[in-house]
Design a protein around this ligand. Structure first.
Ligand SMILES: [Zn+2]
Length: 365
């Protein structure tokens, strides 16, 4: 009886604390980003004000940003982040074949379904992309830039990923040889690739991760020069260390221990429908990620996942969308957004879910 009374007092104390301002304030402080990914126009066209929906940040492809959008989004209190497509080569490699990624047979790679990567060490391409970033930062008053397609040529968004061995072009072979001080024996490209993969696989994987990290390093440097307060975010493959035989690091070249030095905010692309996973996987993955990187709320790097609202392939119900939104806020996540704004705008049920979740976050959970 006495014990029961004691528990009742604790329970009442908790109730009092959690209905008080401190709890609400804490939740607001810890979940700082209630985002949407995509041009906000579909929501505006339907007469919505983003702020009234609980949204406080938009993530928009850099090519879709214009002065009118900036003005209206700022007037509704939004933070504005530009998605910056980084290592996709479609439209570039056709015109500049020297930047075409080369496989272990010494051949130009084929597109990986809808994605065509580029050789990340080709100097002309590097100059081109870095110039684009500079121009973007000078033109618009952005709160940050989210790098997208930051990996070696591959396709990780499909249920059956495409994971080729690249890139064995002369720039990459020279770069690897210089960095590791390994002299690659004379021969065809295919023979050189075979020698590397057979005798120096580990050094090769390490070097490839450094090349990807170097992209984030250079991007951060440009941001620090042009717009020092802007954040550097990363949309990335969400696989853990084991999936597909460690392909996130082995093939894509994503090494979190390197990337955490430059990336302010990680946005794992936890597209459960597209990758044919259960909605629960989103929460599991975000908990894993937070633990793996030892993420602490209120400190950098932060985690703001992107979850799937989009109906293709299959249909994502409103209930499922709510599950993955909460899943994206699991553990040490301090924000969330969904793919895409238009997928939410076209479905009243999803608009209602987003408004409910985001409003709850504003009030405190
Ligand atoms: Zn190359």
């Amino acid at each position: 009886m006495k014990i029961a009374k004691h528990f009742a007092s604790i329970f009442l104390l908790c109730m009092w604390l959690c209905t008080g301002a401190s709890c609400a304030q804490k939740a607001v402080e810890t979940v700082e980003t209630r985002g949407v990914y995509g041009n906000p126009k579909p929501l505006w066209d339907k007469g919505y004000d983003l702020k009234e929906l609980g949204v406080n940040a938009i993530f928009v492809h850099s090519g879709s940003i214009n002065a009118d959008m900036m003005k209206r989004a700022k007037s509704e209190g939004m933070k504005i982040y530009a998605e910056f497509a980084t290592l996709n080569g479609k439209g570039y490699v056709e015109e500049n074949p020297e930047a075409w990624a080369i496989n272990e047979k010494g051949e130009k790679v084929e597109a990986a379904t809808w994605f065509m990567g580029v050789c990340p060490t080709e100097p002309g391409f590097r100059q081109y992309r870095f110039g684009q970033l500079r121009d973007l930062l000078l033109e618009f008053d952005l709160d940050g830039v989210w790098m997208d397609y930051v990996h070696w040529h591959a396709q990780f968004e499909d249920p059956e990923p495409i994971l080729p061995e690249t890139c064995f072009c002369n720039h990459c072979l020279d770069g690897f040889s210089t960095e590791t001080k390994l002299e690659i024996p004379e021969g065809t490209t295919a023979e050189k690739a075979e020698w590397i993969l057979k005798h120096h696989d580990e050094s090769w994987r390490d070097w490839r991760c450094k090349v990807i990290y170097d992209w984030t390093f250079e991007m951060k440097k440009i941001i620090k020069e042009v717009k020092p307060n802007a954040l550097l975010g990363l949309y990335h493959c969400p696989w853990n260390d084991e999936e597909f035989d460690g392909a996130r690091r082995r093939i894509l070249g994503l090494d979190y221990e390197l990337l955490r030095k430059t990336i302010d905010v990680f946005s794992p692309m936890v597209y459960h429908g597209r990758m044919e996973r259960d909605p629960d996987w989103v929460q599991e993955n975000i908990l894993w990620f937070g633990n793996q990187l030892n993420i602490t709320k209120g400190a950098y790097p932060k985690v703001w996942p992107i979850v799937q609202a989009h109906n293709s392939p299959g249909t994502i119900s409103s209930e499922e969308f709510e599950d993955v939104l909460w899943g994206g806020l699991a553990g040490s996540s301090s924000g969330v957004m969904m793919f895409t704004t238009s997928s939410v705008a076209e479905d009243e049920g999803k608009i209602a879910v987003m408004k409910k979740v985001y409003t709850e976050l504003m009030k405190g959970r």
